[in-house]
Design a protein around this ligand. Structure first.
Ligand code: HEC
Ligand code: HEC
Length: 243
């Protein structure tokens, strides 16, 4: 009799354990890295990521004298106004063809994602009828929890990574990235600039490594230690700067 009871208890315990492990919400609910990464992809080029056509008219907040005013779709990319370094007019877009005079989003790091969602839905930003609630939530998570402080990682004067181990980066690159980009960073063929050449804009490279490339199979390294990202960036500085 005692044996039976023990066996029944054990059986119930196993069934309970399986239930907890298999219940989808149980362990996944707390993970926000994937939402932040998706927010990063939307920040980059939301219409590509969600498989929509770019809007045909200029974004209402984009200045008429801005260099991209005639490229309507581009003016709707978050990065076009707020920059790859998230600092807008106070960062790399302080001058040059991407200048808009618009502030960055770094001030909202650590803030409330709900406030970002509300701001994106308001008449000024006008994304309410273009993005789903999930898209907006992902952007809210990216803006408030997913930004990196560019100055901590990239020297804006030399455009070089401030840290990173080239040898470790080569190992990561050659095993993870080379499948798609080739050992020398010149693939795939339809990529306009080689990865070596892309380091002319290290903030964009870092954003893509952290979050991936919109609507492509490229992985996001966000969940790994930032040191790994810096190792990979350091290695990319050694790759051929072919066009
Ligand atoms: C055409 C330019 C433009 C685009 C595109 C744009 N914004 Fe903005 N954004 C602005 C301007 C201008 C402000 C300043 C406040 C205002 O006028 O609403 C702003 C403010 C913000 C702020 C508040 C920053 C702060 O510290 O108060 C956040 C966050 C933000 N934008 C996020 C985004 C996100 C995310 C996207 C993409 C889905 C985006 N923006 C696309 C122009 C733009
Ligand atoms: C499964 C394939 C795949 C893997 C793995 C991959 N990428 Fe990519 N990556 C792509 C594709 C496709 C593009 C878009 C190329 C284009 O612009 O046509 C891209 C774009 C990029 C870009 C932006 C280039 C541009 O033109 O905007 C960078 C930077 C980049 N990848 C770095 C990396 C790094 C570093 C790794 C490894 C950590 C990596 N990728 C792994 C497929 C991949």
């Amino acid at each position: 009799m005692k044996k039976m009871q023990a066996a029944t208890l054990l059986g119930a315990g196993i069934i309970f354990a399986i239930g907890v492990l298999a219940w989808p919400g149980a362990s996944l609910a707390k993970e926000v890295e994937s939402s932040m990464a998706r927010g990063g992809l939307l920040y980059d080029k939301w219409y590509k990521e969600i498989g929509e056509k770019a809007p045909g008219t200029k974004h209402p907040l984009y200045p008429a004298e801005g260099k991209y005013a005639k490229k309507a779709g581009d003016t709707w990319r978050c990065k076009e106004c707020h920059g790859w370094d998230y600092k807008g007019k106070d960062g790399a877009y302080a001058k040059g063809k991407h200048y808009t005079g618009i502030m960055g989003i770094h001030g909202m790091a650590g803030g409330d994602p709900g406030k970002v969602v509300a701001l994106l839905k308001d008449d000024k930003h006008g994304y309410g009828d273009k993005l789903s609630d999930t898209d907006l939530q992902d952007l809210g998570n990216f803006v408030t929890k997913g930004q990196v402080d560019a100055d901590k990682y990239i020297d804006s004067a030399t455009k070089m990574p401030k840290s990173g181990d080239k040898a470790k980066g080569a190992a990561v690159f050659n095993t993870m990235c080379a499948k798609c980009h080739g050992m020398d960073g010149t693939e795939p063929d339809d990529m306009k600039k080689s990865l070596g050449k892309q380091m002319g804009n290290p903030w964009e490279v870092m954003h893509k490594i952290m979050n991936g490339q919109p609507d492509e199979e490229m992985p996001a390294l966000r969940a790994l230690d930032r040191g790994v990202v810096m190792d990979v960036m350091s290695h990319i500085t050694t790759l051929p700067k072919k066009p």
